[in-house]
Design a binder for this molecule. Sequence first.
Ligand SMILES: O=C(O)c1[nH]c(=O)[nH]c(=O)c1Cl
Length: 310
Amino acid sequence: IDLSVTWLGQTMPGCLYNASGVWCREEDELEALHASAAAAVITKSATLKPRDGNPEPRYCRTPLGSINSMGLPNRGFDYYLDYARRYRYGSGKPLFLSLSGLSLDDNCAMLRRLAEEGLPAVPEVNLSCPNVPGKPQLGYDFAATAEALEAFDAAYSGLYGVKLPPYFDPAHFAAMAEILNRHPRLAFVTCINSIGNGLVVDIDSEAVVIKPKDGLGGLGGDYVLPTALANVREFFRLLPGKDVVGCGGVKSGREAFMHILAGARAVQVGTCLYHEGPGAFSRIAGELAMLMRVKGYRSLDAFRGRLRTL
Ligand SMILES: O=C(O)c1[nH]c(=O)[nH]c(=O)c1Cl
């Protein structure tokens, strides 16, 4: 059973890696991911300068997943760039740098700095952080997204990707696809980020469970799987020649299989990784391989994007 994935001009040894933000803020976490069965590593979304993020409690596990309003706590771009300088690319595991500047200028400054370094690290620009008070998700503003992608193309001459928020309307899928398809070096989209601004209520305390934004936060886990799959399948159809990375609700080989069936080139794990740790990758990969064996598939190419309609 071959779980390898060939994309971005390289072949990685498997199809699973972390969702940005989970187990990837500190160097020791990143090293644990690299040492695990994760097939790639992506860093916590970086802002130009280090950030403490939102007041705690800002993360809460629930029976069906998680809610978070971290607020972009991170060590700052230079920390992750330094890690990228020392990363062992020879492992065959790609390194992605997630960039989430607080302004278009910041995103372009980080992209220009990365371009100057000439490192193999691939940028994934985050268009979808839902948790910085006063900063709406860029991905929900089509004009701003169009302008940003023009600026990214000017700032960075290599291949890059974007992390998209979930969309919920065919008109929005179409509008975004029309914008994304203008950019040949935009090689992949990662669908989806958390479903923004959910509210979890604790009936014992009769209170919300996180402090920022009076309890509003991004949802992950089981809550988001159908929405994640819809976004993967729609953008797989609408973005010919681009890759779609699936993210959302993956906690076993079953959901990984669903994402690939929907068209995902590779699959990210967030909430499940937060709680299980990097051991999740070997478990999920084993479950996926077993599922493929039972079904008679020897590689991901044998079923990627083959979701049947009725
Ligand atoms: O609050 C966060 O740090 C955060 N949380 C999310 O669920 N998605 C994001 O992209 C970010 Cl940047």
